[in-house]
Design a protein around this ligand. Structure first.
Ligand SMILES: O=C(O)[C@H](O)COP(=O)(O)O
Length: 260
């Protein structure tokens, strides 16, 4: 049983090095290319899907569409849920990451970005960035978040994983999930039972298909990133020039890859 995880291609906010979270920043030109390339990689490896899942944020939906287009599979059932949205970045949303580090210190910004328990300052409900009035969140059970840490994100992602994705996966359907850096970190932390320092050092590159294979007990047995010629050897993730410093961390920051 297999599921392919894909972080969306580079977004406009990624390009501008801004905290994004629930802001609906679309793919940049580069991100559009990356998403199509992810589709071509999957096609070159003979992948075809029975169903696909994404968040309700445009960058993930568009990435999913471009991948399915490359696979000539735009027709398969797709499901979108706010539960797969990026971690809510609170009042940091829209701010430049480097300027925020200058203002609050790099250590504080690293905690906001990578710790599992640290919540960024919360948004106020009267802030124009508050998502509560957005019709796409009309069916949310509970309140639209004002900020989240990685544990909060995991709580809502795992409800969807257990209720919607796991049953399809265990029925043998081949699935594609297009989501976000921190949504995928939260999910992978759970699937691989990563310790806290493992997840702090876990960075997910944009638009590189990450395959998870499961055994009959629905525990992951194997995972690997895909390149055009098949699974990439550990540590050989295509490194992209990214304006987002976290995506270009040296080997020390690639804890996840060491686990292959
Ligand atoms: O929401 C964001 O800003 C990005 O998608 C992920 O950002 P991070 O690397 O700062 O967590």
């Amino acid at each position: 049983m297999k599921i392919v995880f894909v972080r969306h291609g580079q977004s406009e906010y990624n390009l501008e090095n801004r905290f994004t979270g629930w802001t609906d920043s679309d793919l940049s030109e580069q991100g559009l290319k990356e998403a199509r390339q992810a589709g071509r990689v999957l096609r070159a490896n003979g992948y075809a899907f029975d169903a696909a899942f994404s968040s309700v944020l445009t960058r993930a939906i568009r990435t999913m569409g471009l991948i399915l287009d490359e696979l000539d599979q735009l027709w398969i059932p797709v499901s979108k849920s706010w539960r797969l949205n990026e971690r809510h970045y609170g009042a940091l949303q829209g701010l430049n990451k480097a300027e925020t580090a200058d203002r609050y210190g790099a250590d504080q910004v690293l905690l906001w970005r990578r710790s599992v328990s640290e919540r960024p300052p919360a948004l106020e409900r009267d802030d124009e960035r508050y998502a509560g009035d957005d019709p796409r969140y009309g069916n949310i059970d509970g309140e639209v978040p004002l900020t989240e840490n990685l544990d909060d994100t995991a709580d809502r992602v795992l409800v969807y994983w257990n209720k919607r994705i796991l049953p399809e996966l265990s029925a043998g359907r081949k699935l594609l999930l297009c989501a976000h850096g921190n949504t995928l970190r939260a999910l992978i932390r759970y699937l691989d039972d990563l310790p806290e320092d493992g997840v702090v050092n876990l960075n997910i590159p944009t638009a590189i298909p990450l395959v998870y294979e499961f055994g009959d007990d629905m525990k992951p047995v194997k995972h690997y990133y895909l390149g055009e010629d098949g699974p990439l050897p550990p540590g050989e993730i295509p490194r992209k020039i990214s304006p987002d410093p976290a995506q270009d961390m040296p080997a020390k920051g690639e804890g996840h890859h060491e686990r292959f």
